[in-house]
Design a protein around this ligand. Structure first.
Ligand code: BTN
Length: 321
């Protein structure tokens, strides 16, 4: 999408109808140019409403992310991050991993991801202004082998941030889905680079659904919820990003010092399936059933199976059928 299309999307941020004529005048271009730019936006996944005689509308509008606003909500912790907002990228994780010499604390928040990625090669679906999608890079002295509990630690930070806004019924599903009884609210995707014995760099990607337009709900292959459906006063995306970064800084400090072990009991308190029967589908296609008994100091899932207590470091947990 070009810069002009983004200017048009800015003009549509109020969620009201704007005629093609009006939009064209405001940008000093022809109506045909507006039409073409809006078509480009749609091709990139922006869900526009076009009605003859009324013009264009972005249902629900959207509030752009603003680095200064995020920093103003953060207090002292702001100094630990360098925040960049990108209008568009395939994926904030991919973009951050592509950059060389990335510093610890670099945050890349993307308004529109065109190829958002989830765990296990899945697609992460989100539209313009519907979700908070960002990645944070963090350097650790420890090696890659000591980062095994990092994704669970990030989940703890997300839960702490959500709890500030009284989000109803939110919990964690191993390893790091942000879950409610009605569906998934968000997820964490961690990708790390470095040496087995250190140092290492982790890119922590987080996606949270803020609202769910029908088109996005249809694209997602599992039940999903958004903040506006489970929170009486949902925070703006700027405020949510500030809260998440503050909590991430606190949790990542603990993780860098003591590893996941110190965060384990808190993770288990948030665990949506603690002491419930589950079925773990492993990467080789085999499944194992048992009662979820929490996680180990390294973040492995502990299952009480018919053969005894077992620990797992990969797979997808589902409710026991
Ligand atoms: C999952 O639940 O499978 C993880 C989803 C992670 C999505 C976020 S959105 C920001 C960052 N960029 C990506 O492409 N993915 C993560």
């Amino acid at each position: 999408m070009n810069l002009r299309a983004w200017k048009l999307l800015d003009l549509l941020s109020d969620g009201a109808f704007h005629s093609g004529d009006d939009l064209a005048k405001r940008l000093g271009v022809s109506r045909a140019t507006v039409f073409n730019d809006m078509t480009l936006a749609e091709k990139d996944g922006v869900h526009l409403q076009r009605i003859r005689g009324r013009g264009y509308r972005l249902p629900g509008g959207w509030q752009p992310l603003d680095k200064n606003e995020v920093e103003s909500f953060m207090g002292n912790a702001a100094a630990r991050f360098s925040i960049e907002v990108l209008q568009q990228a395939a994926s904030s994780n991919t973009e951050l991993l592509r950059r060389s010499g990335v510093q610890s604390g670099a945050v890349l928040a993307v308004e529109l991801q065109t190829a958002g990625r989830g765990r296990l090669g899945r697609i992460w679906h989100s539209g313009l202004g519907n979700a908070l999608t960002f990645s944070l890079s963090w350097r650790f002295d420890c090696g890659l082998n000591a980062l095994s509990g990092l994704s669970l630690a990030a989940g703890v930070a997300v839960l702490r941030a959500l709890k500030r806004y009284d989000v109803i019924g939110v919990g964690l599903k191993w390893p790091n889905d942000i879950l409610t009884p009605h569906g998934k609210l968000g997820g964490v995707l961690i990708e790390a680079q470095g040496d087995m014995y250190g140092p290492s760099l982790a890119v922590i990607g987080i996606g949270i659904n803020c609202s769910l337009p029908v088109m996005i709900t249809k694209a997602i292959d599992q039940p999903a919820v958004a903040l506006d459906g489970i929170c009486a006063r949902p925070p703006s995306r700027n405020r949510l990003l500030a809260a998440l970064l503050e909590e991430l800084a606190a949790v990542l400090d603990i993780f860098a010092g003591d590893g996941f072990a110190t965060l384990r009991a808190e993770w288990e308190r948030y665990h949506a399936q603690q002491n419930l029967p589950v079925r773990l589908l492993m990467p080789d296609g085999k499944a194992v059933s048992g009662v979820a008994r929490g996680v180990s100091d390294n973040g492995e899932l502990i299952l009480e199976t018919a053969q005894g207590i077992r620990q797992y470091n990969a797979g997808e947990v589902g409710a026991k059928p």
